[in-house]
Design a protein around this ligand. Structure first.
Ligand code: APR
Ligand code: ZN
Length: 258
């Protein structure tokens, strides 16, 4: 609503440090499905339990079969950043936003021009070797998996590291894994320093990302932009129950950052 938007715009105008935490909701307008909520992928289509790091060790062929299906469902051909990603990039360029901390693995913030992006859950465009840690583009590996699945050739799974022969994993944080330490420490510092913290398009159900808005609310203004209620609504100073593609471009325009 107008009043909340005006309040958020003036809080950002006065802020020394402003940080955004984004979730799947910011990419939903791009055609990337969310995980929870009515058309979320967790539930009737995919079970998060199937994507734990333990399954990759126990049943690498089954893990990779399901992982490529999930990847293709999350990132259909041609999806790209939307006006909400672009608005955050322009707010940063105008000096109104210092960092974007994202739970998303789609790489859309950097693609839209954001410079300081902290990928808490990694990036699905890469795969990593479980043994030596080497990373490489994911698509050729996905192609090999699709071919192996079509040929019923489980011997070819899991895809292995050309450097050391170790099993490959998506370069994302799987359930049961910890977040990249330095990235999360940096995100915690940003949250603690922020005068304004924007939680955008996230149900704020998953820890430890969801601890960031709590940390930010302790010393600054917490604003939540989300279509549905979130776990942190009770702590929010400003709540905008609206679409990211309405709110964020309007916010950038008010701050002459468009
Ligand atoms: N505008 C604003 N909010 C939206 C929009 C939109 N256009 N579309 C969806 N939303 C909101 C939904 O109402 C929902 O509350 O985005 C939120 C997305 O929540 P989740 O699907 O739970 O996604 P997220 O919070 O990013 O999940 C966190 O869970 O499965 C793990 O690792 C995965 O990073 C993911 C983490
Ligand atoms: Zn390796």
């Amino acid at each position: 609503d107008e009043a909340a938007l005006a309040e958020l715009a003036s809080a950002l105008a006065d802020a020394e440090t402003a940080v955004a935490l984004t979730g799947a909701g910011i990419s939903a307008p791009s055609g990337v499905p969310t995980f929870r909520g009515e058309d979320g992928v967790w539930g009737d289509e995919f079970d998060p339990e199937d994507f734990r790091i333990g399954r990759l060790r126990r049943d690498p062929a089954g893990f990779w079969r399901d992982r490529v299906d999930l990847h293709d469902r999350l990132f259909p051909d041609g999806v790209e950043p939307n006006s909400a990603h672009e608005a955050l990039a322009s707010l940063e360029a105008a000096g109104r936003l210092d960092a974007v901390v994202t739970q998303n693995t789609d790489g859309f913030h950097a693609a839209a021009g954001s410079e300081t992006v902290l990928e808490l859950h990694g990036n699905a465009a890469r795969v990593a070797c479980v043994d030596c840690g080497a990373t490489r583009p994911a698509e050729p590996v996905h192609e090999r998996v699709r071919t192996a699945v079509e040929a019923g050739d489980d011997e070819a799974l899991p895809p292995t590291c050309p450097d050391c022969g170790g099993p490959l994993k998506p370069d994302v944080v799987l359930f049961g894994e910890s977040l990249p330490r330095s990235t999360f420490q940096r995100a915690r510092a940003f949250a603690a320093d922020s005068d304004v913290f924007l939680a955008i398009g996230s149900s704020l159900e998953v820890e430890p990302a969801a601890s960031l808005p709590r940390r930010a609310a302790a010393g600054g203004t917490l604003a939540i932009v989300n279509l549905a209620s979130t776990r942190a609504d009770g702590r929010a100073d400003i709540r905008l129950r609206a679409d990211v593609t309405d709110v964020l471009p309007a916010l950038a325009a008010r701050l002459d950052a468009d």
